[in-house]
Design a protein around this ligand. Structure first.
Ligand code: PHE
Length: 358
């Protein structure tokens, strides 16, 4: 075998081995065996020096050609092995994006939650923050501080649930309205005050429009120049935004609450026909109580009535939810009937806002 033939043989062996390499690792071993520092081709290169001068040039060129051929074969094989590797990974890690989308979440937001969120959105836009108080209150904040002294007839009208008498003879109670949060707020923050207080309230009463537990939202504004015009503007804007009727008629009717002076009940326009009630129209429907905060109440909250005045109002959340969403019986709100909730409930991710709609 002369040296040219042996190179041809070497070439075909090497190319066959490269073509047969099953993975990137074995290909790399092949490369080292041929072209590494002690590789077979490298050794041959080194041996060139021992050849007679007249053969060296031709043998060198032949070896270089072989080296290039082998290198190219290895590079080509490496790319195709890498591509095959990637292909295999893509197949293995494939995600079937054609799967059907998940069904709508089955849960619904209760109309009371939705209505609270709507109130927070509307009053939030007007600069109110949300205040809170506990369901269990003392007699002072639920009554006395609100200008309803013991023996005042208004106490009877509240059908209060009392807790058992304590050692000192006092009794805690389930708050009969959210107005005690007025006192808590005035005691804990300096004017200017602008808060709403949504929450549970309790009265011993039950029929189609009354449940022993129900919800109210209270509003309180206290500042140096707060006046009746602010009260009216605030309530009118709220009613029109909440019922989504920009020209909804709103009427203020003189009334009486111990904790406000003057006091007004607020009526909105409605239409009654064949036992059905619609919001908007020239009949009237009462929806809340309101008034300028009584000086005695400001004083009980630690606010100086000679410097500050305020307005407050309170309304039944369940009631305005029934009106807005046409729910006929209040008792169904608290029956935890999933079919009812599915019918009257709201999609949890459709968060109400004035910009996107309530
Ligand atoms: N607390 C009153 C009620 O429960 C509502 C109200 C709140 C009236 C604030 C005037 C001012 O009926």
């Amino acid at each position: 075998m002369d040296s040219t033939q042996s190179l041809e043989q070497l070439e075909s062996e090497m190319l066959a081995a490269v073509a047969a390499a099953a993975g990137l690792d074995s290909l790399e071993s092949l490369r080292i065996a041929a072209l590494g520092r002690k590789g077979s081709l490298t050794e041959r290169m080194k041996a060139l020096g021992g050849l007679p001068a007249d053969q060296r040039r031709a043998a060198g060129q032949a070896l270089n050609r072989l080296k290039t051929t082998v290198e190219q074969a290895i590079d080509a094989r490496r790319s195709s092995l890498a591509a095959a590797d990637l292909e295999a990974r893509l197949v293995q890690e494939a995600i079937d994006v054609t799967l059907p989308a998940r069904p709508q979440p089955a849960g619904r937001l209760h109309p009371v939650s939705q209505t609270v969120d709507e109130c927070v959105a509307i009053f939030g836009e007007m600069g109110f923050t949300v205040a809170e108080g506990p369901d269990i209150e003392n007699d002072f904040r639920n009554f006395t501080a609100l200008n309803i002294p013991p023996e005042h007839p208004a106490r009877q009208m509240h059908d209060t649930f009392y807790l058992p008498e304590r050692d000192d003879g006092s009794r805690l109670l389930l708050r009969t309205h959210t107005s005690p949060v007025q006192i808590r707020t005035m005691q804990s923050q300096e004017p200017p005050i602008r808060v709403i207080a949504p929450g549970r309230t309790y009265r011993c009463d039950s029929d189609a429009t009354h449940t022993p537990m129900f919800h109210q939202v209270e509003a309180l504004v206290v500042d140096e120049t707060t006046h009746l015009g602010h009260l009216k503007g605030c309530i009118i804007d709220f009613c029109r935004a909440f019922f989504e009727l920009p020209d909804l008629p709103v009427r203020f009717r003189p009334s009486h609450f111990p904790f406000t002076e003057p006091s007004m009940e607020v009526d909105i326009g409605c239409t009654r026909s064949r036992g059905e009630l619609k919001i908007g129209g020239d009949d009237w429907l009462e929806i809340m109580g309101s008034g300028m905060v009584h000086p005695n109440v400001l004083r009980a909250g630690g606010v100086d009535p000679d410097r500050y005045q305020g307005f407050a109002f309170g309304m039944g959340i369940d009631r305005i939810a029934m009106l807005k969403y046409g729910i006929p019986d209040l008792r169904t709100f608290f029956e935890a009937d999933l079919r009812w909730l599915h019918h009257y409930g709201f999609l949890p991710l459709a968060v109400p806002s004035l910009v996107r709609g309530l």
